[in-house]
Design a protein around this ligand. Structure first.
Ligand code: G4P
Length: 284
């Protein structure tokens, strides 16, 4: 089943972002480091040229570090700087401040040349649900704050948050849903937990994950589940799922095995994985 994307949602989110864009110096686009393509925001792509912006690859603790480095290079070649962080464990947070200062160096220089003291840089965090916006905001603000954009129906008053890095953050606007034209993007978002589990059948998502791992992370797959070459070669991926179901001791409960595989992916039991590979995401 495909996730519906209504043009009305898109326009509303776009207008909300656009309205706020003029209030800030820079936009922090948060993506999931496991999905630097699939978790990018479709709204932002259309309007971002108007503003300085950096990409924050959050959840880097879960992603394949080599592919994260490739993505950083890829974004740089496209003209956007990016940093990787792990907000959950408060790692790399100081890179946010230094990257913002470097992006806005001319403006900061002007402030300093003109003797302006105590200037505040204004930024806005945006990202699809579950990429870690609230976690990042909480780390930067130093206490728990509610991200209004995550809650449908909450008044969308502008809310400035003072951070501990000399930057004022404009609370994120309304919910920025991902755009899912490509069914593979939907599978990846489901696998990462960005889309509610009930939207896709667990066996479809698990088969997608196993198939992707057979192509890109065969060693990790074999090692994590103790699979021999004979378990893998000359078997289709659905057959592999059936074999794993037996191996887990779940008899013929393929849904249970599928849910376990999805959970194992999310909890790092299969190692650090990235499901978007630069330049390859339409081929795998
Ligand atoms: P959102 O506002 O963008 O919707 O995302 P939020 O901060 O609520 O984070 C969604 C989930 O991702 C949370 O997990 C959060 O702990 C986790 N998370 C955020 N940043 C990172 C990170 O850098 N690394 C890892 N590994 N996880 C991260 P949860 O399961 O909803 O809650 P909990 O497990 O923290 O209780």
């Amino acid at each position: 089943m495909a996730l519906q994307w209504y043009p009305g949602h898109m326009n509303k989110a776009k207008n909300q972002v656009q309205d706020r864009l003029k209030l800030v110096d820079i936009v922090l686009e948060i993506v999931d480091a496991r999905l630097p393509f699939s978790s990018r925001n479709p709204v932002l792509e259309q309007i971002i040229d108007q503003k300085k912006h950096i990409i924050i690859l959050n959840k880097s603790d879960l992603a394949d570090p080599k592919i994260t480095a490739d993505w950083k290079l890829n974004f740089e070649q496209e003209g956007t700087n990016s940093i990787e962080i792990d907000a959950k464990h408060t790692k790399g947070m100081n890179k946010i401040k230094s990257m913002i200062r470097s992006e806005l160096s001319e403006k900061i220089q002007r402030y300093e040349n003109n003797g302006v003291q105590n200037y505040r840089i204004k930024a806005m965090c945006i990202g699809i649900p579950n990429v870690g916006k609230s976690t990042i905001l909480n780390r930067l603000v130093g206490k728990n704050v509610a991200v209004t954009g995550n809650k449908p129906g909450v008044t969308k008053n502008q809310n400035w948050l003072k951070t501990n890095i000399g930057i004022d953050l404009l609370d994120t606007p309304g919910i920025l849903w991902p755009k899912i034209d490509d069914p593979k993007v939907g599978m990846k978002l489901a696998l990462s937990g960005a889309i509610k589990d009930k939207i896709y059948a667990p066996d479809d998502v698990a088969i997608y994950a196993l198939n992707f791992m057979e192509t890109h992370y065969m060693d990790q797959l074999q090692e994590s589940y103790g699979l021999t070459n004979a378990d893998i070669f000359n078997h289709t991926t659905p057959e592999l799922l059936m074999n794993l179901t037996k191996k887990f001791g779940y008899k013929e409960d393929y849904d249970r095995a599928s849910r376990r595989i999805i959970d194992d992916v999310r909890k790092l039991k299969l190692g650090r994985l990235t499901f978007d590979i630069p330049g390859e995401f339409y081929e795998e």
